[in-house]
Design a protein around this ligand. Sequence first.
Ligand code: SF4
Length: 295
Amino acid sequence: MRRHLVCHLSSAGSGLVSRDASRTSLRALLTVTEATRPDVVVRLDALRREVEACTRCPLHETRTQAVFGEGDAGARLMFVGEAPGYHEDKQGRPFVGAAGKMLDELLASIGLSREQVFIANVLKSRPPGNRDPQPDEIAACRPYLEAQIALIRPVVICSLGNFATKLLSGAQSGITKVHGVPQTREVGGHRFHLYPIFHPAAALYTPAMLETLRADVYRLPQLLTEPLPQPGAGSGGDGPPHPSVGRQADPIGQAPPGAGGAGGRDESAVALPPAGGATMGADAAAAEEDQLGLF
Ligand code: SF4
């Protein structure tokens, strides 16, 4: 059994906690090496301090505090949501409200905890009243997310809902169309599987979506094992069809953990569009404490 140094970055604490840990099976996918973690953690912590002092957009005037994100600095699985809500703004941590509890439950369903992944948002400061993020706010905050991705270098990024999906995919297709279908994307020279899923808050307000969300999450362990298509390979110029992950051949709610259908990958690996180039339109329902531009 291999032993690893695992480092966690806290947005509210001293920044770095290290411990030895032994992990097997899926958890081995989320370990980090002694050679790479300390430097990355130090750089992430510097980025956190920058975010916490950020005044790049007007949201700094109304926030209680910025929410940088948290989790394993060497995580192979990263989640990107929309923006801090009421509770996140108060506590300085991502996904601590009802949607966060749902995310915890979804992670537990595949044998993971939030300490083994990294959780961040498109915006680091709460929009007043949980309104939708504005294009200028997304453009201002986007470099922080890109820097997080470039440092953490996750194998899979799960975009939660419309805003994160449209930003990271560089496409305007809504989450209802693209959820559960892996794509290949690139940020700062780092290629990753982009895997859009419904925002956990969607399951809070639309219970019928919960099974869809669970089915999509069940496929994450398999996707974490899939090699990324190489640039320029295969049809469409960007790699072979994904061998096992995709929802088309797998009825919602039928897939056991680790199972998937055939095909279904969007193989067009692209870098993120220019800042401000993505229009983040989304339907939104009113709510006080959760982000609802989700569908
Ligand atoms: S949302 Fe992002 S860009 Fe705007 S103030 Fe907060 S950290 Fe800075």
